[in-house]
Design a protein around this ligand. Structure first.
Ligand code: FES
Length: 146
């Protein structure tokens, strides 16, 4: 990698709008990786501008750091990600968001059943257990009743 392609952390902060401490945090989490100069100063590849922008957007979309890390792990390490790489990641995020939307829709539908009830029963209220597939069929021990 050419020296021109490496940025000091302050420059990366300026280019992304992030604080230096935020970049260090992402580095600590392994989402970006700095090279070290002989004087032990951090240098980041220029491609980390897009990588950090992606992290911010993904966080705004509600992805966890673990999910973001998984998505970023599919990016090439030795070259700048291209449009096809980002398209692949976008598809992964879309699938993740589709899952979240489906879960929110189930919770909304369960909420409809709870409006006017208000019991908030740990045993029967589907809002406490939105991933419970059996709860979709109504309250009570649906599997035992089948
Ligand atoms: S509040 Fe009664 S079932 Fe949810």
């Amino acid at each position: 990698m050419k020296a021109d392609d490496l940025l000091p952390i302050g420059e990366l902060a300026r280019r992304t709008g992030l604080s230096v401490s935020a970049i260090r945090f992402y580095e600590e989490k392994g989402l970006v990786e700095a090279w070290r100069t002989e004087g032990n100063q951090r240098r980041f590849p220029r491609s980390d501008i897009r990588r950090l922008s992606f992290i911010l957007i993904a966080q705004q979309l509600g992805l966890s750091l673990g999910e973001i890390e998984e998505a970023l792990s599919s990016l090439p390490e030795n070259r700048t990600p291209n449009a096809r790489d980002w398209a692949k990641i976008s598809k992964m995020i879309r699938n993740e968001l589709d899952g979240q939307i489906a879960q929110l829709e189930r919770m909304r539908d369960n909420l409809d059943g709870c409006i006017g009830c208000g019991c908030l029963s740990l045993k029967k209220c589907a809002l406490y257990n939105p991933m419970d597939e059996a709860a979709q069929e109504g309250p009570g021990p649906r599997i035992l009743q089948a």
